[in-house]
Design a protein around this ligand. Structure first.
Ligand SMILES: C[S@@+](CC[C@H](N)C(=O)[O-])C[C@H]1O[C@@H](n2cnc3c(N)ncnc32)[C@H](O)[C@@H]1O
Length: 238
């Protein structure tokens, strides 16, 4: 979530958000899907637009955890074919609905898990926006491994993250508070709703990616205000 954004007045009510958070991750997103684009959880167009400059050109692209398709649509000018994968059927339905009809033949939607991708050396570029909080820290090496496997040699994984904020900042305290509440919720309620802030930050992500064999470049100071803290990472499979 990009904290500079606010909730839209036609977006989900607090009651609806609570109902979604009490459901599982998948069911929560199925419920949220029709109003998702009116929440601050949807990646802002500016973030996607700036990172798209790092995609390069390729035959095939994939947007992991595509949600309603913010990143997926940004791949269309760069690739001949685009795949959007997400675990939530509701989110995929909304992504398909938001696709310009003339682009539909170039796009394939897959309901599936980013931690278990059914692809082997198929993509020139992979993206993932706003979804790292749904990957548990212990699963990050597995996630990186899946992306590596899905990319062709020379393929790029482009994503946006940030550095760890200062412990003196409100962002740090809000994130830690939220994570604490989610840990309690997940300890007492099943199925779990996996969502934690301040994960897959630039240093940890770079470590995992390099360990897997990616060549990593982190581009700082490329985002305009109010997203100036955001860092675009380009991880290339040699
Ligand atoms: C916050 S939304 C982000 C959607 C979109 N990428 C964006 O930036 O606007 C997170 C999305 O990740 C999906 N998701 C969560 N865990 C996933 C997983 N393990 N595999 C695939 N999709 C997942 C959710 O269903 C949801 O659509």
């Amino acid at each position: 979530m990009y904290s500079e954004d606010v909730f839209h007045r036609d977006g989900p009510t607090l009651f609806e958000l609570a109902e979604q958070a009490l459901a599982s991750t998948d069911r929560g997103y199925d419920l949220l899907a029709p109003k998702f684009d009116l929440t601050p959880f949807r990646t802002p167009d500016k973030i996607v637009e700036v990172s798209a400059a790092f995609y390069g050109k390729g035959a095939r692209g994939i947007d992991l955890c595509c949600g309603t398709g913010a990143g997926l649509r940004s791949l269309l000018p760069h690739c001949d074919e685009v795949v959007g994968i997400d675990r939530s059927r509701g989110m995929l339905v909304e992504a398909a609905r938001r696709l310009p009809p003339e682009e539909a033949s170039r796009v394939r939607f897959v309901r599936g898990d980013a931690l278990s991708l059914p692809f082997h050396e198929e993509f020139d570029v992979a993206t993932c926006y706003g979804a790292f909080g749904h990957v548990l820290e212990r699963d990050e090496p597995r996630f990186v491994d899946q992306v590596y496997r899905a990319l062709r040699p020379g393929g790029r994984f482009v994503f946006v993250t940030s550095a760890m904020p200062s412990v003196l900042s409100p962002t740090w305290w809000m994130a830690r508070g939220f994570n604490g509440v989610m840990r309690v919720r997940n300890a007492v309620l099943k199925p779990e709703f996996i969502m934690y802030y301040l994960t897959f930050l630039v240093d940890g992500a770079t470590r995992h990616l390099e360990q897997r064999g990616f060549k990593v470049e982190a581009h700082r100071n490329v985002m305009p205000a109010p997203f100036a803290r955001a860092i675009v990472v380009v991880a290339t499979r040699p």
